[in-house]
Design a protein around this ligand. Structure first.
Ligand SMILES: Cc1ncc(COP(=O)(O)O)c(C=O)c1O
Length: 382
């Protein structure tokens, strides 16, 4: 059976495939960031970002990857020796805890087995027993295990305490509901190369009023990521440092597009891709790894006799398909398929065809026609 591999497919959990209009915007001639033309764009983007964060608070654009946004959330609110509870269920939880330690915080690590969501009752118990906790850190989606945490329930638990609830939503904001104000999230960070559907290079952050009380008096030295400087610049209609004109122009398009289709429709689109992948996994005889699977990315267990790194390399070379593998303890054991970005139904179908053929190349005996029919039927019916 012939398989069309002509289109290069990027189904990673970021960076993601770009909307054709975004690709055009990225190649527009450069303009200076201190011009009336850019001022207008920045103004509309800063306003539209509130819709994405579902907040009345100010949202800030940082020229950094998502990790810079995580650092910014942290250093604006923590002091050396601050008591921090870090929920760790994978690679990115580990990273945030490590960052907090680097800044001198006393970090209690609540380690959740990989692939599981944290139980809010454990967090509640810990906070009751440790009422001096000042900050709680979690991922909304732990990308390394493709797992979502119950952010709404966790927010309710943390909101009853004096602690600030900081959420790494780098692979979640724009992919699932995370209404910052309604859920009383105190700090939220998103990354441009994920559900924001842009290249890597921007992080977006926002703080609650509860967090701002802390920020205003926090003596921790900070400069590039000092949100007070960014706030002052934004109030003058500027960014504090040189604006990332190219990405902000593309962001303006994405935000208008999201506004037109509505957030609910965006979440539904991404969930449909996740549902498709979970359904097709059965036909590929692969199990979903996570016990609380996210809609942004799906992790599938590979057969135990597979060398995952070689399999991924084969998908790239033979089938022009990029998916991600596992990290650390999951290295070589899973593949992760991203559902964010610009993905057509044809991309989904072709991903399945290429994956099925690749699995057979590694010794599985899937009936490719049956898999193909199941894929087309699902896409027609859903
Ligand atoms: C949940 C999560 N946090 C943090 C990061 C780090 O983001 P960046 O690589 O943009 O610094 C990622 C990147 O994949 C992520 O998925």
């Amino acid at each position: 059976m012939s398989i069309d591999t002509s289109k290069s497919l990027l189904l990673a959990p970021g960076p993601v495939q770009l909307h054709p209009e975004v690709q055009k915007i990225l190649s527009l001639p450069m303009i200076h960031h201190r011009t009336p033309e850019f001022d207008q764009i920045l103004k509309s983007v800063l306003s539209d970002l509130k819709t994405l964060f579902v907040t009345n608070e100010k949202v800030f654009i940082l020229t950094s990857t998502g990790s810079g946004g995580m650092e910014s959330l942290l250093i604006n609110v923590i002091k050396p020796k601050s008591k921090v509870l870090a929920i760790i269920s994978g690679k990115f939880g580990e990273r945030w805890a490590e960052m907090a330690e680097v800044f001198g915080a006393q970090v209690h690590k609540m380690v959740v087995p990989w692939g599981y969501a944290v139980n809010p009752a454990y967090v509640e118990k810990y906070l009751n027993e440790n009422p001096d906790t000042e900050v709680v850190l979690t991922q909304a989606c732990e990308t390394s295990t493709a797992t979502v945490h119950p952010i709404e329930q966790l927010s309710k638990v943390v909101a009853k305490t004096k602690a600030l609830f900081l959420v790494d939503a780098i692979t979640a904001l724009g992919a699932m509901p995370l209404p910052m104000d309604a859920w009383q999230i105190d700090g939220l960070v998103a990354g441009s190369q994920k559900a924001i559907m842009l290249p890597t290079g921007l992080s977006l952050i926002s703080f609650s009023q509860k967090a701002w009380e802390q920020i205003k008096t926090n003596p921790t030295p900070r400069y590039y990521f000092d949100v007070r400087r960014e706030l002052a610049a934004n109030e003058k209609g500027e960014t504090f440092f040189s604006s990332n004109v190219t990405l902000i122009r593309a962001l303006a398009f994405v935000l208008k597009d999201i506004k037109t289709q509505g957030l609910e429709s965006l979440y539904k689109t991404i969930k449909r891709r996740a549902d498709y992948t979970r359904n097709i996994a059965k036909h590929l005889h692969l199990e979903v790894y996570s016990k609380a699977p996210s809609d942004s990315v799906t992790a599938l267990n590979l057969p135990s006799n597979f060398d995952g790194a070689k399999f991924r390399e084969h998908l790239e070379k033979a089938y022009n398909l990029t998916v991600m593998g596992g990290q650390d303890q999951l290295k070589g054991k899973i593949i992760r398929l991203g559902h964010m970005g610009y993905i057509t139904d044809q991309d989904l179908h072709q991903t399945t065809e290429r994956l099925a053929a690749g699995l057979n190349d590694f010794g599985m005996t899937l009936d490719l026609q049956t898999v193909r029919d199941a894929s087309l039927l699902w896409l027609k019916d859903n």
